[in-house]
Design a protein. Structure first.
Length: 488
Protein backbone atom coordinates (compact mmCIF):
# COMPACT_ATOMS: atom_id res chain seq x y z
CA UNK A 1 0.00 0.00 0.00
CA UNK A 2 1.37 3.42 -1.01
CA UNK A 3 1.38 6.04 1.76
CA UNK A 4 1.07 9.81 1.50
CA UNK A 5 4.77 10.09 2.25
CA UNK A 6 5.56 7.70 -0.60
CA UNK A 7 3.46 9.75 -3.04
CA UNK A 8 5.10 12.99 -1.91
CA UNK A 9 8.63 11.62 -2.29
CA UNK A 10 7.95 9.90 -5.62
CA UNK A 11 6.05 12.67 -7.40
CA UNK A 12 6.84 16.03 -5.77
CA UNK A 13 9.75 18.19 -4.71
CA UNK A 14 8.27 19.11 -1.33
CA UNK A 15 10.63 19.35 1.63
CA UNK A 16 10.37 17.14 4.71
CA UNK A 17 8.99 20.11 6.69
CA UNK A 18 6.36 20.54 3.95
CA UNK A 19 5.46 16.86 4.29
CA UNK A 20 5.04 17.24 8.04
CA UNK A 21 2.69 20.18 7.46
CA UNK A 22 0.72 18.14 4.94
CA UNK A 23 0.42 15.24 7.36
CA UNK A 24 -0.77 17.60 10.12
CA UNK A 25 -3.39 19.00 7.75
CA UNK A 26 -4.62 15.54 6.82
CA UNK A 27 -5.00 14.74 10.49
CA UNK A 28 -7.43 17.66 10.83
CA UNK A 29 -9.13 18.19 7.50
CA UNK A 30 -12.11 16.01 8.34
CA UNK A 31 -13.27 19.13 10.23
CA UNK A 32 -13.36 21.14 7.02
CA UNK A 33 -15.04 18.29 5.15
CA UNK A 34 -17.81 17.81 7.72
CA UNK A 35 -18.39 21.54 8.24
CA UNK A 36 -18.48 22.12 4.47
CA UNK A 37 -20.69 19.09 3.69
CA UNK A 38 -18.09 18.52 0.97
CA UNK A 39 -15.51 16.08 -0.38
CA UNK A 40 -11.88 17.16 -0.17
CA UNK A 41 -8.98 16.08 -2.39
CA UNK A 42 -5.41 17.22 -1.78
CA UNK A 43 -3.57 17.95 -5.04
CA UNK A 44 0.20 18.38 -4.82
CA UNK A 45 2.23 19.82 -7.70
CA UNK A 46 4.44 17.26 -9.41
CA UNK A 47 8.19 17.80 -9.53
CA UNK A 48 8.15 17.96 -13.35
CA UNK A 49 5.75 20.91 -13.27
CA UNK A 50 3.37 19.20 -15.69
CA UNK A 51 0.52 18.58 -13.28
CA UNK A 52 -0.56 17.28 -9.90
CA UNK A 53 -0.89 14.06 -7.92
CA UNK A 54 -3.86 13.35 -5.64
CA UNK A 55 -2.17 12.66 -2.30
CA UNK A 56 -5.26 12.22 -0.12
CA UNK A 57 -9.05 12.29 -0.14
CA UNK A 58 -11.73 12.56 2.54
CA UNK A 59 -15.51 12.30 2.35
CA UNK A 60 -17.96 14.12 4.66
CA UNK A 61 -19.92 12.29 7.33
CA UNK A 62 -22.55 15.03 7.22
CA UNK A 63 -23.57 14.87 3.55
CA UNK A 64 -23.55 12.60 0.46
CA UNK A 65 -20.26 12.25 -1.38
CA UNK A 66 -19.54 13.70 -4.80
CA UNK A 67 -17.04 10.98 -5.72
CA UNK A 68 -17.82 7.36 -6.37
CA UNK A 69 -14.16 6.50 -6.90
CA UNK A 70 -11.01 6.87 -4.85
CA UNK A 71 -8.69 9.42 -6.48
CA UNK A 72 -5.61 8.90 -4.31
CA UNK A 73 -2.53 8.26 -6.44
CA UNK A 74 -4.06 9.59 -9.66
CA UNK A 75 -2.33 12.33 -11.59
CA UNK A 76 -3.86 15.35 -13.32
CA UNK A 77 -2.35 17.52 -16.02
CA UNK A 78 -2.09 21.29 -15.78
CA UNK A 79 -5.18 22.90 -17.36
CA UNK A 80 -7.51 20.05 -16.45
CA UNK A 81 -8.83 21.91 -13.40
CA UNK A 82 -8.41 25.67 -13.95
CA UNK A 83 -9.46 26.47 -10.37
CA UNK A 84 -6.64 24.34 -8.98
CA UNK A 85 -4.15 26.03 -11.30
CA UNK A 86 -5.39 29.47 -10.26
CA UNK A 87 -5.27 28.70 -6.54
CA UNK A 88 -1.69 27.41 -6.86
CA UNK A 89 -0.57 30.47 -8.84
CA UNK A 90 -2.34 33.20 -6.84
CA UNK A 91 -2.38 31.69 -3.33
CA UNK A 92 -6.05 32.67 -3.04
CA UNK A 93 -9.24 30.63 -2.71
CA UNK A 94 -10.92 30.24 -6.09
CA UNK A 95 -14.48 29.16 -6.78
CA UNK A 96 -16.86 28.91 -9.73
CA UNK A 97 -19.88 31.17 -9.76
CA UNK A 98 -22.05 28.47 -11.31
CA UNK A 99 -22.36 24.80 -10.38
CA UNK A 100 -20.74 22.11 -12.52
CA UNK A 101 -22.49 18.93 -13.61
CA UNK A 102 -20.83 15.58 -12.94
CA UNK A 103 -22.74 12.58 -14.26
CA UNK A 104 -26.03 14.51 -14.08
CA UNK A 105 -25.21 15.60 -10.51
CA UNK A 106 -24.79 19.33 -9.79
CA UNK A 107 -21.69 20.13 -7.72
CA UNK A 108 -20.00 23.26 -6.46
CA UNK A 109 -16.20 23.25 -6.77
CA UNK A 110 -13.68 25.39 -4.90
CA UNK A 111 -9.90 25.33 -4.70
CA UNK A 112 -8.13 26.24 -1.45
CA UNK A 113 -4.37 26.83 -1.51
CA UNK A 114 -2.38 25.08 1.21
CA UNK A 115 0.15 27.58 2.50
CA UNK A 116 3.16 26.96 4.72
CA UNK A 117 5.67 29.66 5.53
CA UNK A 118 4.28 31.96 2.86
CA UNK A 119 4.61 29.29 0.13
CA UNK A 120 1.79 27.45 -1.63
CA UNK A 121 2.67 23.77 -1.35
CA UNK A 122 -0.58 22.26 -2.58
CA UNK A 123 -4.27 22.79 -3.25
CA UNK A 124 -7.35 21.31 -1.58
CA UNK A 125 -10.28 20.94 -3.96
CA UNK A 126 -13.62 21.18 -2.13
CA UNK A 127 -16.56 19.62 -3.96
CA UNK A 128 -20.12 19.88 -2.65
CA UNK A 129 -22.92 17.64 -3.89
CA UNK A 130 -25.93 19.93 -4.54
CA UNK A 131 -28.54 17.23 -5.18
CA UNK A 132 -30.14 17.81 -1.78
CA UNK A 133 -29.69 21.60 -1.89
CA UNK A 134 -32.34 23.55 0.03
CA UNK A 135 -32.63 26.52 2.33
CA UNK A 136 -29.99 25.85 4.98
CA UNK A 137 -30.92 25.55 8.65
CA UNK A 138 -29.34 27.57 11.45
CA UNK A 139 -27.02 24.63 12.22
CA UNK A 140 -25.92 24.37 8.58
CA UNK A 141 -25.27 28.12 8.38
CA UNK A 142 -23.05 27.94 11.47
CA UNK A 143 -21.22 24.94 9.98
CA UNK A 144 -20.64 26.74 6.67
CA UNK A 145 -19.49 29.94 8.38
CA UNK A 146 -16.91 27.99 10.41
CA UNK A 147 -15.86 26.06 7.29
CA UNK A 148 -15.27 29.33 5.46
CA UNK A 149 -13.03 30.56 8.26
CA UNK A 150 -11.05 27.31 8.37
CA UNK A 151 -10.58 27.42 4.58
CA UNK A 152 -9.27 30.97 4.83
CA UNK A 153 -6.93 29.97 7.66
CA UNK A 154 -5.53 27.13 5.52
CA UNK A 155 -4.91 29.63 2.72
CA UNK A 156 -3.16 31.93 5.19
CA UNK A 157 -0.98 29.21 6.70
CA UNK A 158 -2.80 29.40 10.07
CA UNK A 159 -4.27 25.91 10.01
CA UNK A 160 -3.53 23.21 11.11
CA UNK A 161 -2.86 24.49 14.61
CA UNK A 162 -0.42 23.03 17.08
CA UNK A 163 -2.52 21.52 19.84
CA UNK A 164 -1.78 20.84 23.50
CA UNK A 165 -3.43 17.93 25.23
CA UNK A 166 -3.80 14.19 24.69
CA UNK A 167 -5.79 12.54 21.93
CA UNK A 168 -7.73 9.68 23.46
CA UNK A 169 -10.22 7.15 22.22
CA UNK A 170 -13.54 8.93 21.63
CA UNK A 171 -12.20 12.25 20.33
CA UNK A 172 -15.19 14.40 19.25
CA UNK A 173 -16.15 15.08 15.66
CA UNK A 174 -18.43 17.69 14.16
CA UNK A 175 -21.56 15.53 14.26
CA UNK A 176 -21.08 14.64 17.93
CA UNK A 177 -21.86 18.15 19.11
CA UNK A 178 -20.72 21.66 18.17
CA UNK A 179 -20.72 24.96 20.03
CA UNK A 180 -19.84 28.37 18.60
CA UNK A 181 -18.32 30.77 21.08
CA UNK A 182 -17.46 34.40 20.39
CA UNK A 183 -14.22 36.19 21.21
CA UNK A 184 -15.44 36.70 24.81
CA UNK A 185 -16.14 33.00 25.27
CA UNK A 186 -19.94 33.37 25.16
CA UNK A 187 -21.98 30.69 23.43
CA UNK A 188 -23.72 32.00 20.31
CA UNK A 189 -24.84 28.61 19.00
CA UNK A 190 -25.20 25.10 20.41
CA UNK A 191 -26.17 22.11 18.28
CA UNK A 192 -28.83 19.75 19.69
CA UNK A 193 -26.20 17.05 20.30
CA UNK A 194 -24.00 19.51 22.18
CA UNK A 195 -26.93 20.58 24.35
CA UNK A 196 -27.73 16.93 25.10
CA UNK A 197 -24.13 16.32 26.13
CA UNK A 198 -24.16 19.23 28.58
CA UNK A 199 -27.55 18.13 29.91
CA UNK A 200 -25.94 14.80 30.81
CA UNK A 201 -23.14 16.72 32.49
CA UNK A 202 -25.82 18.32 34.72
CA UNK A 203 -26.85 21.51 32.89
CA UNK A 204 -30.24 22.98 33.67
CA UNK A 205 -31.30 25.83 31.43
CA UNK A 206 -29.69 27.14 28.25
CA UNK A 207 -26.12 27.68 27.10
CA UNK A 208 -26.82 30.56 24.72
CA UNK A 209 -25.55 33.89 25.95
CA UNK A 210 -23.54 32.32 28.78
CA UNK A 211 -19.77 32.03 29.04
CA UNK A 212 -18.98 28.41 28.27
CA UNK A 213 -16.02 28.26 30.64
CA UNK A 214 -18.07 29.52 33.59
CA UNK A 215 -20.85 27.02 32.91
CA UNK A 216 -18.40 24.12 32.59
CA UNK A 217 -16.60 25.18 35.78
CA UNK A 218 -19.85 25.01 37.71
CA UNK A 219 -20.79 21.62 36.30
CA UNK A 220 -17.45 19.84 36.32
CA UNK A 221 -16.10 17.91 39.27
CA UNK A 222 -12.71 17.69 37.63
CA UNK A 223 -11.41 18.89 34.28
CA UNK A 224 -8.87 16.17 33.51
CA UNK A 225 -5.50 16.42 31.76
CA UNK A 226 -5.09 20.11 32.65
CA UNK A 227 -1.95 21.70 34.11
CA UNK A 228 -2.42 22.77 37.71
CA UNK A 229 -2.20 26.44 36.74
CA UNK A 230 -4.90 26.29 34.05
CA UNK A 231 -8.60 26.13 34.78
CA UNK A 232 -11.44 24.99 32.59
CA UNK A 233 -12.76 28.54 32.30
CA UNK A 234 -9.49 29.73 30.75
CA UNK A 235 -9.45 26.73 28.43
CA UNK A 236 -12.94 27.24 27.06
CA UNK A 237 -12.48 30.90 26.17
CA UNK A 238 -11.26 29.57 22.85
CA UNK A 239 -8.02 31.51 22.76
CA UNK A 240 -5.87 28.53 21.80
CA UNK A 241 -6.36 24.97 20.59
CA UNK A 242 -6.86 22.39 23.31
CA UNK A 243 -8.23 18.92 23.93
CA UNK A 244 -9.49 18.05 27.38
CA UNK A 245 -12.07 15.98 29.20
CA UNK A 246 -14.58 17.43 31.67
CA UNK A 247 -16.11 15.09 34.21
CA UNK A 248 -19.03 15.41 36.61
CA UNK A 249 -20.74 12.88 38.83
CA UNK A 250 -23.04 11.92 35.95
CA UNK A 251 -21.01 12.17 32.75
CA UNK A 252 -17.66 12.72 31.08
CA UNK A 253 -17.35 14.94 28.02
CA UNK A 254 -14.47 15.00 25.56
CA UNK A 255 -13.96 18.61 24.49
CA UNK A 256 -11.95 20.04 21.66
CA UNK A 257 -11.40 23.77 21.13
CA UNK A 258 -10.51 25.09 17.64
CA UNK A 259 -9.82 28.87 17.65
CA UNK A 260 -10.92 30.80 14.57
CA UNK A 261 -8.69 33.74 13.59
CA UNK A 262 -8.87 34.36 9.83
CA UNK A 263 -6.72 37.33 8.90
CA UNK A 264 -5.16 37.16 12.35
CA UNK A 265 -8.32 38.55 13.96
CA UNK A 266 -9.72 36.31 16.75
CA UNK A 267 -13.41 35.65 16.20
CA UNK A 268 -13.91 33.04 18.90
CA UNK A 269 -13.85 29.31 18.39
CA UNK A 270 -15.78 26.22 17.55
CA UNK A 271 -15.94 23.72 20.39
CA UNK A 272 -16.61 20.07 19.65
CA UNK A 273 -18.05 17.94 22.43
CA UNK A 274 -18.82 14.25 22.80
CA UNK A 275 -20.28 12.25 25.64
CA UNK A 276 -17.63 9.61 26.39
CA UNK A 277 -19.08 8.45 29.71
CA UNK A 278 -19.59 4.87 28.58
CA UNK A 279 -16.20 4.73 26.86
CA UNK A 280 -14.41 5.91 29.98
CA UNK A 281 -16.38 3.47 32.13
CA UNK A 282 -15.23 0.63 29.87
CA UNK A 283 -11.66 1.96 29.91
CA UNK A 284 -11.76 1.95 33.70
CA UNK A 285 -13.10 -1.59 33.72
CA UNK A 286 -10.25 -2.67 31.46
CA UNK A 287 -7.71 -0.94 33.68
CA UNK A 288 -9.20 -2.63 36.73
CA UNK A 289 -9.16 -5.97 34.94
CA UNK A 290 -5.54 -5.48 33.88
CA UNK A 291 -4.54 -4.53 37.41
CA UNK A 292 -6.31 -7.60 38.78
CA UNK A 293 -4.59 -9.89 36.29
CA UNK A 294 -1.19 -8.39 37.09
CA UNK A 295 -1.86 -8.82 40.80
CA UNK A 296 -2.77 -12.48 40.23
CA UNK A 297 0.47 -13.06 38.32
CA UNK A 298 2.37 -11.28 41.10
CA UNK A 299 0.83 -13.51 43.76
CA UNK A 300 1.44 -16.64 41.71
CA UNK A 301 5.08 -15.61 41.32
CA UNK A 302 5.38 -15.03 45.08
CA UNK A 303 3.77 -18.38 45.83
CA UNK A 304 6.08 -20.18 43.40
CA UNK A 305 9.10 -18.51 44.98
CA UNK A 306 7.86 -19.66 48.38
CA UNK A 307 7.51 -23.22 47.06
CA UNK A 308 11.03 -23.02 45.62
CA UNK A 309 12.40 -21.83 48.96
CA UNK A 310 10.69 -24.68 50.80
CA UNK A 311 12.06 -27.23 48.34
CA UNK A 312 15.52 -25.74 48.69
CA UNK A 313 15.32 -26.02 52.49
CA UNK A 314 14.11 -29.58 52.18
CA UNK A 315 16.98 -30.48 49.86
CA UNK A 316 19.48 -29.35 52.50
CA UNK A 317 17.92 -31.62 55.11
CA UNK A 318 17.78 -34.73 52.95
CA UNK A 319 20.60 -37.14 53.55
CA UNK A 320 20.26 -39.06 50.29
CA UNK A 321 22.32 -37.26 47.57
CA UNK A 322 19.98 -38.47 44.81
CA UNK A 323 16.90 -37.11 46.57
CA UNK A 324 18.67 -33.82 47.33
CA UNK A 325 19.64 -33.47 43.66
CA UNK A 326 16.06 -34.16 42.59
CA UNK A 327 14.77 -31.46 44.93
CA UNK A 328 17.31 -28.94 43.60
CA UNK A 329 16.16 -29.69 40.06
CA UNK A 330 12.56 -29.16 41.16
CA UNK A 331 13.59 -25.78 42.58
CA UNK A 332 14.93 -24.71 39.18
CA UNK A 333 11.75 -25.81 37.42
CA UNK A 334 9.55 -23.87 39.79
CA UNK A 335 11.77 -20.78 39.48
CA UNK A 336 11.58 -20.95 35.68
CA UNK A 337 7.77 -20.78 35.83
CA UNK A 338 7.99 -17.95 38.38
CA UNK A 339 10.13 -15.91 35.96
CA UNK A 340 7.31 -15.90 33.38
CA UNK A 341 4.70 -14.86 35.95
CA UNK A 342 7.02 -12.14 37.22
CA UNK A 343 7.19 -10.64 33.73
CA UNK A 344 3.43 -10.93 33.22
CA UNK A 345 2.95 -9.04 36.48
CA UNK A 346 4.95 -6.14 35.02
CA UNK A 347 2.85 -5.68 31.85
CA UNK A 348 -0.71 -4.94 30.81
CA UNK A 349 -0.87 -7.59 28.08
CA UNK A 350 -0.43 -11.34 27.93
CA UNK A 351 2.71 -11.33 25.78
CA UNK A 352 6.15 -12.01 27.23
CA UNK A 353 9.53 -10.70 26.13
CA UNK A 354 11.23 -14.07 25.72
CA UNK A 355 14.68 -12.50 25.45
CA UNK A 356 14.27 -11.07 28.95
CA UNK A 357 13.16 -14.51 30.18
CA UNK A 358 16.24 -16.14 28.64
CA UNK A 359 18.51 -13.55 30.25
CA UNK A 360 16.99 -14.20 33.66
CA UNK A 361 17.18 -17.98 33.24
CA UNK A 362 20.84 -17.70 32.24
CA UNK A 363 21.60 -15.62 35.33
CA UNK A 364 19.82 -18.19 37.53
CA UNK A 365 21.78 -21.06 35.96
CA UNK A 366 25.11 -19.32 36.59
CA UNK A 367 24.04 -18.58 40.16
CA UNK A 368 23.15 -22.14 41.20
CA UNK A 369 24.89 -24.47 38.75
CA UNK A 370 27.60 -26.90 39.83
CA UNK A 371 30.48 -25.58 37.73
CA UNK A 372 33.89 -24.03 37.85
CA UNK A 373 34.53 -20.38 38.55
CA UNK A 374 35.21 -19.58 34.90
CA UNK A 375 31.84 -20.76 33.52
CA UNK A 376 29.74 -18.13 31.78
CA UNK A 377 26.72 -17.69 29.50
CA UNK A 378 26.55 -15.86 26.17
CA UNK A 379 23.31 -14.82 24.47
CA UNK A 380 22.99 -14.64 20.69
CA UNK A 381 20.03 -13.74 18.49
CA UNK A 382 16.58 -12.42 19.32
CA UNK A 383 13.52 -14.46 20.29
CA UNK A 384 11.01 -11.58 20.46
CA UNK A 385 7.64 -11.53 22.19
CA UNK A 386 5.52 -14.65 22.56
CA UNK A 387 2.17 -15.46 24.23
CA UNK A 388 2.30 -16.52 27.86
CA UNK A 389 1.00 -19.99 27.01
CA UNK A 390 4.13 -20.53 24.89
CA UNK A 391 6.56 -18.69 27.15
CA UNK A 392 6.01 -20.99 30.13
CA UNK A 393 6.84 -24.34 28.45
CA UNK A 394 9.73 -22.79 26.53
CA UNK A 395 11.14 -21.27 29.74
CA UNK A 396 10.90 -24.62 31.52
CA UNK A 397 12.60 -26.39 28.61
CA UNK A 398 15.45 -23.89 28.42
CA UNK A 399 15.89 -24.01 32.20
CA UNK A 400 16.29 -27.81 31.98
CA UNK A 401 18.83 -27.51 29.18
CA UNK A 402 20.82 -24.85 31.03
CA UNK A 403 20.83 -26.97 34.15
CA UNK A 404 22.10 -29.97 32.18
CA UNK A 405 24.77 -27.85 30.49
CA UNK A 406 26.17 -26.60 33.80
CA UNK A 407 25.74 -29.71 35.91
CA UNK A 408 26.97 -32.21 33.32
CA UNK A 409 28.70 -30.41 30.46
CA UNK A 410 30.68 -28.00 32.67
CA UNK A 411 30.81 -30.04 35.86
CA UNK A 412 33.91 -29.01 37.82
CA UNK A 413 35.41 -27.06 34.95
CA UNK A 414 35.23 -23.64 33.32
CA UNK A 415 33.64 -23.05 29.95
CA UNK A 416 30.95 -21.24 27.98
CA UNK A 417 27.27 -21.94 27.45
CA UNK A 418 25.75 -20.21 24.43
CA UNK A 419 22.01 -19.58 24.37
CA UNK A 420 21.00 -18.72 20.82
CA UNK A 421 17.69 -17.71 19.25
CA UNK A 422 16.44 -17.49 15.70
CA UNK A 423 12.94 -16.48 14.66
CA UNK A 424 11.23 -16.36 11.30
CA UNK A 425 7.66 -15.96 10.15
CA UNK A 426 6.57 -19.42 11.22
CA UNK A 427 8.89 -20.79 13.92
CA UNK A 428 11.17 -20.04 16.83
CA UNK A 429 14.42 -21.98 17.29
CA UNK A 430 16.42 -21.93 20.51
CA UNK A 431 19.67 -23.72 21.18
CA UNK A 432 21.81 -24.28 24.25
CA UNK A 433 25.39 -25.19 23.34
CA UNK A 434 28.16 -25.84 25.84
CA UNK A 435 31.86 -26.52 25.17
CA UNK A 436 32.17 -28.95 28.05
CA UNK A 437 32.73 -32.69 28.47
CA UNK A 438 30.13 -33.71 25.93
CA UNK A 439 27.58 -36.52 26.09
CA UNK A 440 28.78 -39.84 27.48
CA UNK A 441 29.29 -42.29 24.64
CA UNK A 442 26.85 -44.75 26.18
CA UNK A 443 24.02 -42.23 26.72
CA UNK A 444 20.96 -42.36 24.49
CA UNK A 445 19.32 -38.94 24.99
CA UNK A 446 15.98 -40.24 23.67
CA UNK A 447 15.76 -43.34 25.84
CA UNK A 448 13.72 -41.57 28.52
CA UNK A 449 16.14 -42.40 31.31
CA UNK A 450 16.86 -38.70 31.95
CA UNK A 451 13.89 -37.00 33.59
CA UNK A 452 15.09 -33.57 32.48
CA UNK A 453 15.36 -34.54 28.81
CA UNK A 454 12.02 -36.33 29.02
CA UNK A 455 10.45 -33.11 30.36
CA UNK A 456 12.00 -31.05 27.56
CA UNK A 457 10.86 -33.48 24.87
CA UNK A 458 7.32 -33.56 26.24
CA UNK A 459 7.06 -29.77 26.56
CA UNK A 460 8.31 -29.19 23.03
CA UNK A 461 6.26 -31.90 21.33
CA UNK A 462 3.09 -30.80 23.15
CA UNK A 463 3.55 -27.45 21.37
CA UNK A 464 3.94 -29.14 17.99
CA UNK A 465 7.72 -28.63 17.97
CA UNK A 466 10.89 -30.66 17.63
CA UNK A 467 13.84 -31.30 19.96
CA UNK A 468 17.32 -32.60 19.23
CA UNK A 469 20.48 -33.24 21.25
CA UNK A 470 23.77 -33.86 19.46
CA UNK A 471 27.45 -34.28 20.37
CA UNK A 472 29.78 -31.59 19.09
CA UNK A 473 33.52 -31.01 19.21
CA UNK A 474 33.71 -29.89 21.91
CA UNK A 475 30.58 -30.16 24.01
CA UNK A 476 26.89 -30.69 23.37
CA UNK A 477 24.25 -28.80 21.42
CA UNK A 478 20.57 -28.99 22.39
CA UNK A 479 18.06 -27.41 20.00
CA UNK A 480 14.30 -26.96 20.12
CA UNK A 481 11.99 -25.52 17.47
CA UNK A 482 8.36 -24.53 18.08
CA UNK A 483 5.78 -23.01 15.73
CA UNK A 484 5.12 -19.32 16.40
CA UNK A 485 4.08 -16.17 14.57
CA UNK A 486 6.30 -13.38 13.28
CA UNK A 487 8.62 -11.70 15.77
CA UNK A 488 6.96 -9.25 18.11
Amino acid sequence: MVSVGDLVRQHTSLLEDDLRWVMALLGEWHLLSDLSFADLVLWLPRADGAGYVAAAQVRPTTAPTSYGDDLVGRTMEVGRRPLVDAALETGRIRRDSDPEWWDAVPVRVEAIPVVRGGRVIGVVSRTTNLVAARTPSRLELVYLEAAGMLARMIAEGRFPQGEVGPTRRGAPRVGDGLLRVDAEGEVSFASPNAMSAFRRLGLVGDLLGHRLGAVARELADSPTDLPVDEGVETLLRGERPRRVEIASATATLAVRVIPLDPGGVPTGAIVLVRDVTELRRRDQELLTKDATIREIHHRVKNNLQTVASLLRLQSRRVGDPTAASALREAVQRVRAIAVVHEMLAERTDEDVDLDDVLDRLAAMAVEVGAHGDGARVERHGRAGRVPAELATPVAMAVAELLQNAFEHGLANRSGTVVVGAHRDEHSLTLHVHDDGWGLPSDLDPYSGESLGLRIVTTLVRDRGGEFSLVRTEPGTRAELTVPVGAAG
